[in-house]
Design a protein around this ligand. Structure first.
Ligand SMILES: Cc1cc2nc3c(=O)[nH]c(=O)nc-3n(C[C@H](O)[C@H](O)[C@H](O)COP(=O)(O)OP(=O)(O)OC[C@H]3O[C@@H](n4cnc5c(N)ncnc54)[C@H](O)[C@@H]3O)c2cc1C
Length: 383
C-alpha cells in the first residue's frame, strides 16, 4: 500500500511556459488554486476535485466538465516523473510542447491505473484565465436536438464552448428530491436538458447576450422549447450544482446499474434511442437515469427500478443489461469505459470488445515494465 498524499508540493510554476510542476499527492483543487494565484487556469474540473489527487487524475486519465475545450489529463500533461517497478526513477519532467525523440513514454503511464509504475510528479499545462463566463440551462426537444444545438454553437462560438452537458429529466428529479436547496430552473417539465457554459479570456465580451441569441435562434428552429441564462455568479453556481450533484443524488436514492460509455457524438441520439428501447422491452419497469458530457460523446447511462427499494432482483440482471448496452456501444464504434477505467469491474468485460492483438500488446507492455506483476496486480488486465 502506498499513500502519496504527503508528496503534495507545487514544485514550480513557469508563467512564460504556461506550466506547473506538481507532485502526485497534490489535491486537484490545490493545483487549481496555485494556477489561479499565478493568474492562470488549470482546467481539469470534476466533482471530486476537493479530494482526488493528481496521481489518481493522471492514472485514470480524468476528464471532467471542461474536456470539450481543454482535453482530458492526457492532453493536459507535458511530462512525468515515475518510479518504475524495478525502483529506477524515470525523470521525464519536460515542459515541452514539441519533442519528437521517439516513443512518448508518458502516455503509457497516463490512464494505466497504476499498473506500470508510480507517478510521483508531473508537468501540467496552464491556460489564460477566462474573464467572462455565461451559463445556460436549456430544455431540448430530444437528444438529437441537443447534438444539433451543440453543432450550432460550435459554428458560432467555437472554442468558447467550455461545457455542454446532457441531463435527462429523471436525473434532475433525483437531485430535486435529495439535494437540499435545488430548484428546477424552468417553469414546465421537459424530458431533456443541456447545461451550456461559454467562456472567454477577453474581459467585457457579452457572452450572455451571445448565448441568448443562439438559444433564441434554436427556439425558432424547434430545438429548444425553453431556456434560462444565468444572470449572476450565484445563478451560474446553482445550475452547475444541479449537474454536479446527480451522482450523489443517485447514491442516496439507492443502488443502480451504471455505465460510463462513449460513442461518436454523431451516434449519441441513436445510442440512447436504441438502448432505451431494448432495455424497456426486456424490463418494462426500468428507470433510466441518463446524463453526461455529451460534448465529449460520453454518457453516464444508469438504470434502476422505479422503486429503488425493489432493486435487488433487478441488480442481479447486471450481466444481461451490460450485454445490451456494451454490445450496442461497440456496434456504434464506442468505448465501454469513457472515464472510469477498467479496474477489476471491467477487466473481463473488455476482452469481448478489444481485439486479441490490442490485448496482447497491452500484456506485453505490462510484462516488459513490470515482469513480477508488482503494480496493482489484477487491475486492468486479467491475472
Ligand atoms: C464525485 C465524483 C465525480 C467524478 N467525476 C468525474 C468526471 O466528471 N470525469 C472523470 O473523468 N472522472 C470523474 N470522476 C473520477 C475521477 O476522475 C477519479 O476518481 C479521480 O481522478 C481519481 O483520483 P483519486 O485521487 O481519487 O485516485 P484513486 O482513486 O486513489 O486512484 C485511482 C487509480 O489510480 C492509481 N493511482 C493513484 N495515484 C497513483 C500514482 N501516483 N501513481 C500511479 N497510480 C496511481 C490507483 O492505484 C488507482 O488505480 C469522478 C469521481 C467522483 C468521486
Amino acid at each position: 500500500m502506498i499513500n502519496l498524499s504527503r508528496m503534495n508540493r507545487i514544485r514550480a510554476i513557469d508563467r512564460d511556459n504556461d506550466t506547473i510542476t506538481v507532485e502526485a499527492g497534490c489535491v486537484l483543487q490545490a493545483v487549481q488554486a496555485a494556477a489561479d494565484d499565478a493568474d492562470r487556469l488549470f482546467p481539469l474540473s470534476l466533482a471530486a476535485q476537493g479530494s482526488c489527487e493528481i496521481g489518481g487524475n493522471l492514472s485514470t486519465n480524468a476528464g471532467g466538465v471542461n474536456v470539450l475545450r481543454y482535453g482530458n489529463m492526457r492532453e493536459l500533461t507535458l511530462g512525468l516523473e515515475v518510479v518504475l517497478p524495478d525502483a529506477r526513477v524515470w525523470n521525464g519532467l519536460r515542459g515541452l510542447r514539441k519533442d519528437n525523440t521517439g516513443y512518448d513514454l508518458k502516455h503509457l503511464f497516463i490512464g494505466a491505473e497504476g499498473t506500470l509504475g508510480i507517478i510521483t510528479a508531473a508537468v501540467l499545462k496552464l491556460f489564460p484565465k477566462p474573464r467572462e463566463r455565461a451559463t445556460a440551462w436549456a430544455a431540448v426537444r430530444d437528444p438529437r436536438a441537443a447534438v444539433a444545438l451543440l453543432g450550432r454553437l460550435r459554428g458560432s462560438c467555437g472554442e468558447r464552448i467550455t461545457g455542454f452537458e446532457l441531463i435527462g429529466r429523471s436525473a434532475l428529479e433525483l437531485v430535486l428530491k435529495h439535494i437540499p436547496g435545488s430548484t428546477d430552473p424552468l417553469a414546465a417539465k421537459h424530458d431533456w436538458y443541456v447545461l451550456i457554459e461559454l467562456s472567454d479570456t477577453f474581459p467585457g465580451f457579452d457572452l450572455a447576450a451571445t448565448l441568448e441569441n443562439e438559444l433564441g435562434a434554436a427556439m425558432e428552429e424547434g430545438l429548444v422549447p425553453d431556456a434560462a441564462v444565468a444572470r449572476s455568479l450565484t445563478q451560474q453556481q446553482a445550475l452547475w450544482h444541479l449537474r454536479e450533484n446527480i451522482s450523489e443524488a443517485q447514491r442516496i436514492e439507492g443502488i443502480s446499474i451504471k455505465h460510463d460509455v462513449s460513442v461518436p457524438i454523431s451516434r449519441i441520439a441513436e445510442f440512447i434511442e436504441r438502448a432505451d428501447a431494448a432495455l424497456r422491452a426486456l424490463f418494462p419497469a426500468v428507470r433510466i437515469v441518463n446524463f453526461g458530457h455529451i460534448g465529449d460523446g460520453n454518457l453516464h447511462y444508469n438504470l434502476s427500478k422505479p422503486d429503488a427499494t425493489d432493486n435487488a432482483a433487478f441488480i442481479a440482471q447486471t450481466p444481461v443489461v451490460n450485454r445490451v448496452v456494451h454490445d450496442l456501444v461497440a456496434e456504434l464504434g464506442g468505448s465501454i469505459s469513457a472515464e472510469h477505467g477498467l479496474g477489476q469491474l471491467k477487466r473481463d468485460e473488455i476482452l469481448r470488445y478489444k481485439s486479441d492483438v490490442e490485448m496482447e500488446l497491452m500484456r506485453q507492455v505490462k510484462r516488459t515494465l513490470d515482469p513480477h506483476n508488482l503494480m496493482n496486480p489484477g487491475k486492468v488486465l486479467t491475472p
